[in-house]
Design a protein. Structure first.
Length: 325
């Protein structure tokens, strides 16, 4: 089969190489899956660079979530067992962790209704306790992780403020349903959020960016507000001033979805049921901005790393032959 491999760490476009390799062999409790679509996540970029908390042995194939097909033709969602990631024609995955792909979604959309949406659901509901009528601020609202949080926030009945970088991404954020959109390139984020909330601030802040975004968050979080730390796409990990959290009475919450997958998989299945129901009634629908063939995966991963994409980019192996996804 064909698979992208990383033999040394660096930028995805420089270190990812398309190779002809043997199909992986399932171990005990694992199953071989044909990849129908593999969603690109920022952790794929970080793994290529050697900066992710999970460091698979070299060489490895990136790609942490897929929509795949079982031997009996079922469509399923899976997190491939590294080092055999999703940017390949076949993967192996733990059979017990397979989730049914929602019928209303195509392969690329289904692949995207997994880690990003699960992260959003756990972050907003289990960690932050977002309630209807509250104000949710989402950084990088037009990106893959942010767009999921925007849709989940709207589905929960929150007023959603989206922070983006650029006019094109602002347009995407509005289409996603943001009630207020702030372009950090042309606006003062803190002033704009305070104006939009009448000076009160945001009840919940969803931050996959870190760096300046986190600093802005501390200035606009409301009394008894919650900042959910999801990641550091900016490349800068902030050092929070705990005295500031004390005097303003807000909470800083960490969210690492992978821990739920290993410590309480029943919660992951419950979350998937909630997301499937939301997808069935059209309350959420993953924004897939690009579907690329397997041969273009490295360039697509690099674009995600460069921050030039909106929504999700999916690698669809069948497009190599001109077939529809």
């Amino acid at each position: 089969m064909q698979a992208w491999q990383v033999h040394e760490n660096g930028e995805p476009s420089e270190v990812m190489r398309l190779r002809e390799v043997e199909r992986p062999t399932p171990g005990d409790g694992q199953v071989l899956l044909k990849v129908r679509a593999a969603n690109i996540n920022f952790p794929d970029v970080l793994m290529c660079r050697g900066h992710y908390q999970v460091r698979p042995p070299l060489p490895f194939t990136p790609g942490v979530e897929i929509c795949g097909e079982t031997g009996d033709g079922r469509r399923v969602l899976a997190t491939p067992a590294l080092p055999y990631g999703g940017f390949a024609e076949y993967v192996v995955a733990d059979e017990a962790a397979l989730l049914p792909a929602p019928d209303p979604l195509d392969d690329a959309e289904a692949a995207a209704l997994h880690i990003g949406y699960q992260t959003g659901w756990f972050g907003l509901h289990r960690r932050a306790g977002l309630e209807a009528g509250e104000t949710l601020l989402v950084h990088a609202a037009a990106g893959g992780v942010g767009s999921a949080a925007v849709q989940l926030g709207k589905a929960a009945g929150a007023t959603v403020i989206g922070v983006v970088g650029g006019a094109d991404k602002a347009a995407v954020a509005r289409e996603l349903g943001c009630d207020v959109v702030v372009d950090r390139r042309t606006e003062d984020v803190v002033a704009a959020v305070k104006e939009a909330t009448g000076g009160r601030g945001a009840d919940v802040v969803y931050d996959p960016v870190g760096g300046d975004a986190y600093t802005w968050s501390t200035k606009v979080v409301a009394f008894e507000g919650r900042i959910v730390v999801v990641g550091f796409a900016s490349g800068t990990i902030p050092s929070p001033g705990l005295n500031h959290a004390l005097v303003k009475n807000y909470s800083i919450l960490g969210l690492h979805w992978g821990l739920y997958n290993t410590r309480d998989p029943k919660l992951v299945r419950h979350c998937h049921e909630q997301l499937t129901e939301l997808a069935a009634r059209g309350a959420v629908k993953p924004l897939v901005s690009e579907r690329v063939p397997l041969s273009e995966a490295a360039a697509a991963v690099q674009r995600v790393g460069d921050g030039t994409t909106t929504g999700r980019v999916a690698v669809v192996p069948s497009l190599e032959n001109g077939a529809a996804a």
